[in-house]
Design a protein around this ligand. Structure first.
Ligand code: FES
Length: 115
């Protein structure tokens, strides 16, 4: 068991806290995390939009893409990559990808390396 440890995992939530096709935010280790359940697989990314800090959990989830409620930037929650840039008037500013956290499920707990 110890050999597969990379960093230290903290419990983020229970498996039942986020249903299939849903997402929810949790604060763990001082970080705001977004847990997404896609077909029973859990992904954890930062819940804070890299554009201007929008709360992604209040946005829309479409498959593996989350859309920020503020200026509609879209991110792939599996890779963290920007899918489309924010829309601010006529501007489409470049933004950074979302931070992706390493996840594992142990019994009924969704755990992530929060650093
Ligand atoms: S804060 Fe998320 S798109 Fe602007």
């Amino acid at each position: 068991m110890v050999s597969d440890m990379v960093g230290s995992y903290l419990k983020v939530c229970g498996r039942g806290d986020v249903g299939v096709g849903q997402m929810k935010s949790f604060t763990v280790g001082g970080k705001q995390l977004l847990v997404v359940n896609i077909d029973g697989n859990y992904y954890v990314v930062s819940n804070v939009c890299t554009h201007a800090g929008g709360d992604l959990s209040k946005g829309r989830l479409d498959g593996n893409v989350v859309e920020c409620p503020r200026h509609h930037a879209r991110f792939d929650v599996i890779t963290g990559k920007v899918v489309s840039k924010p829309k601010v008037g006529f501007l489409r500013p470049d933004i950074k990808d979302l931070k992706v956290y390493q996840v594992k499920v142990v019994d009924d707990d969704v755990m992530a390396v929060v650093e």
